[in-house]
Structure formats: C-alpha cells, structure tokens
Design a protein around this ligand. Structure first.
Ligand code: R5P
Length: 309
C-alpha cells in the first residue's frame, strides 16, 4: 500500500497542477488518481506578458499539467512556462493531460502557403513535456498521434462512453454522422450501442458556414435521430444536420458531441436549432457535460507513467 502525503494524497501519485480555468479538470483528475493538487500562480503583466510561479514543491515527483486546450492560445504560454518551471524545480516527469487537444484540424496544406499548425504545435509541446494524454484527438489525415507528437501518448476513446449513454438514454436511436470524417467513428459508436447509423455529406463554405446533405432515410422512420460528432466548434455542422433531419420529417434530434468547444454563440444556436437535447463529454468543462470520460483519462495517466514506452 502506497504511503500518504501530509495532505492526504498517495505518495506515489503525480501532483496535479491546473492551468488557469482548469480547476474542475484538475480536481476530477486528482480525485480519480487519489493525488494531491499542486498550485501554479499565473497572471498577466500589464503589457500582456505571462507571469508564472510554481507554488508547490515538486522535486522528484511526477506531475500532471491539466489543460484542456480550448481556447488554446491563452493557455499556451502559461503551459510552456509552467512546464519549464516544474522541470527546473526537479519534477521527475511532466505529463500534459489535454482531454481536448487543439490544433489538430489543420493537418495538411489545403492552400498554398498555409502553415500545418498541427505539426508545429506538436513539435512545440513535445519540447516541454514528457508525455501526453488526450481524448479522441482529431485524427483525420494522421493515422496516429505519434506522427505529430514525439513524446509517448495515450489516447482515450470516447466511443464506449457515448454508446453507453445513447443506449441508456435514447429509445430506438438512429445515429447520424454529419460528414465523411465522422464515418468510421460513428459506425463504431453505433455498433457498440446496437443501433443503425447513416453518414451525411458536408461541404465547408467558410469558418462558420457549412452545407450538409443527409442520405435518404425512409428505411429508418420511427427512429430517434442522434447526431454524433467529435468537435462542436461553431456548432454550424450540427445545426445544419439538425435542420436537414427536421426537414426530412424526423423528431427533434439529440446532439451528442465529444468536445464542447462551443465557440461564440454556438451553444445557443444549437439549442435554438430545434435539437431536442445537447449532450457532451467532460473533456471541456461545460453545462452540457453529461458523459464522463475523465475516469478513463486518469487510468491512462497511471498507465502512461507505469509504462512510458
Ligand atoms: C470536422 O472536421 C469535425 O469533425 C467537426 O465536424 C467540426 O469541427 C465541426 O465544426 P463546427 O462546429 O464549427 O461546424
């Protein structure tokens, strides 16, 4: 049996440091890992530069930096400064827990001159941490996270938790993937929930504009549509899919997303679109969170520290 620290955590558990605004994530991880919370002081100077100070002793300890990267940019400088500070103060290994991993969607050069930001971001963070745990990163053109990050990583798949929620809460569901990128993934959730699925076609016209066409659905009348997607950012993909399903005579769809990014007015727009319910996992803290994946994230942290290969 591992010993306890004076503050009640397991002595062999990593210290969990939240980045600003990530306290709920850090609390959930610390509880699941029976770990102590560490503290970073992060503030901005009047000129906008970041000030970071490590307030908890970390010498010889494994540490977790808890930071779901949405929105990413305000967290990035505190993250790299915090990681460097922890390293200088003797932290043994630094694991970044980013249940939502940003900058994965620009995974190629769609137009001349574009920067493939996923690669640059992966390169940057890999220089500051020793490991990474995330949930369903947007792997479309990359086959695995190892193509982007050069530190060991563990990926938690939300599909089992989504399928359990759908099977337990929706009667006679028909799963709808809004685009071809979601196809393989939605079919996995559908198989686990013992439900049929269809995949729509999406054309992106701009950052906030998409067109979605749903395939003929006559075979599935009487079923409750459940739109499933990985990232809900502007929400336009889901809003369009909901509209198309309503136009096809279906009951108000349930919308299930993994990552509740909800940029700007996205959540309100989706609630007003005619969706019956909007449900997400807790990779990003949000009122729509109904599906827990953080217990699996904590288990992956333990697995990564035990076997970092
Ligand atoms: C696309 O590649 C993703 O899987 C999502 O469909 C997309 O991120 C949704 O974006 P938005 O909510 O802005 O339509």
């Amino acid at each position: 049996m591992a010993g306890q620290t004076p503050t009640g955590g397991r002595a062999d558990a990593p210290l969990v440091f939240p980045l600003p605004g990530q306290e709920a994530l850090a609390d959930a991880l610390a509880q699941a890992l029976a770990a102590d919370r560490g503290e970073l002081l992060v503030r901005s100077f009047p000129d906008g530069e970041s000030y970071v100070r490590v307030l908890s002793p970390c010498s010889g300890r494994d540490v977790v930096l808890a930071a779901s990267l949405s929105p990413p940019n305000p967290l990035v400088m505190p993250l790299v400064f915090g990681a460097r500070g922890l390293r200088e103060l003797g932290a043994r290994r630094i694991v970044l827990v980013a249940p939502y991993l940003a900058y994965m969607r620009q995974d190629t050069r769609f137009q001349d001159g574009e920067v493939v930001t996923s690669a640059v971001f992966g390169d940057l963070l890999s220089g500051f941490v020793d490991g990474l745990v995330t949930v369903d990163p947007h792997l479309h053109r990359y086959r695995s996270l190892d193509q982007v990050y050069r530190v060991p990583s563990r990926v938690v798949h939300a599909a089992p938790a989504l399928a359990r929620w759908i099977a337990g809460n929706v009667e006679s569901p028909l799963l709808v993937g809004p685009d071809s990128e979601s196809g393989q993934w939605v079919s996995d959730v559908a198989r686990r929930a013992s439900a049929p699925h269809v995949v729509a076609t999406k054309r992106r016209l701009g950052d906030r504009e998409v067109e979605v066409d749903v395939p003929p659905l006559d075979a599935w009348h009487g079923r409750q549509p459940v739109v499933v997607d990985d990232i809900v950012s502007t929400g336009r993909t889901m809003v369009r899919t909901v509209r198309r399903l309503l136009e096809a005579g279906y009951p108000a769809p349930v919308c299930v997303g993994v990552h509740a990014v909800f940029a700007g007015d996205a959540f309100t727009a989706l609630q007003r679109s005619g969706a019956a319910e909007v449900v997400t996992t807790n990779t990003i803290h949000h009122p729509s969170n109904r599906i827990d994946v953080l217990a699996d994230v904590a288990a992956s942290v333990t697995a990564l520290l035990a076997d970092p290969a």
